[in-house]
Write a protein that binds this ligand. Structure first.
Ligand code: SF4
Length: 175
């Protein structure tokens, strides 16, 4: 069943990254064949320009490389992402790796040296707290496999569907 998926805009080829580049991800673009992809860049919607300074999370605050605290802009972008997801009934989001907004599970470590730590970007975290299924782009293929016709909260997650249906995996589940 087609679903609306909120997607980091840079993954679809929009040049909205801090350095004015895009990071097109073919496995994400391929999902457009069966689903509606909704591009969104929380940093732009939070009021930041492109290009902009790189930013990382340091002690719970988001700071630019020169030390400016941009946490309010990142929080605003996260709220706007949540608003859009609710308005368009998105139950899942596919987000760019490592970003202080979009990172899922792993983000830059705040040293601006390319180091990584466990953690989530502000937008990813807010969407998860509001029960969206949030995946990094590297897991886009999981959504391509899903043929779940139900519209449950974990739509797109066949393992969760198995639990949801309780009687075992439905016949259309490919996992
Ligand atoms: Fe891409 Fe997210 Fe960064 Fe925007 S905030 S450029 S969508 S990773």
């Amino acid at each position: 069943m087609p679903m609306n998926i909120l997607v980091s805009a840079c993954l679809l080829g929009l040049a909205c990254r801090y350095d004015g580049s895009a990071k097109e991800y073919p496995a994400v673009l391929a999902l457009a064949e069966n689903h509606t992809l909704i591009p969104f860049c929380p940093e732009i919607y939070g009021g930041l320009s492109t290009p902009r300074e790189p930013c990382e999370i340091i002690d719970g605050r988001v700071r630019s490389q020169s030390g400016v605290d941009v946490t309010p802009q990142f929080e605003k972008g996260a709220q706007e992402a949540l608003r859009l997801a609710a308005a368009l009934q998105c139950k899942c989001a596919l987000l760019q790796d490592r970003s202080p907004s979009c990172g899922v599970g792993i983000i830059h470590d705040g040293t601006f040296t390319g180091g990584l730590v466990q953690g989530d970007g502000l937008t990813a975290r807010l969407l998860m707290e509001n029960n969206l299924r949030v995946l990094p782009a590297t897991r886009a293929a999981e959504l391509a496999k899903c043929q779940c016709p139900s519209n449950c909260r974990r739509h797109g997650d066949c393992i969760a569907c198995r639990e949801h249906h309780r009687d075992g995996a439905p016949s259309y589940c490919q996992r």
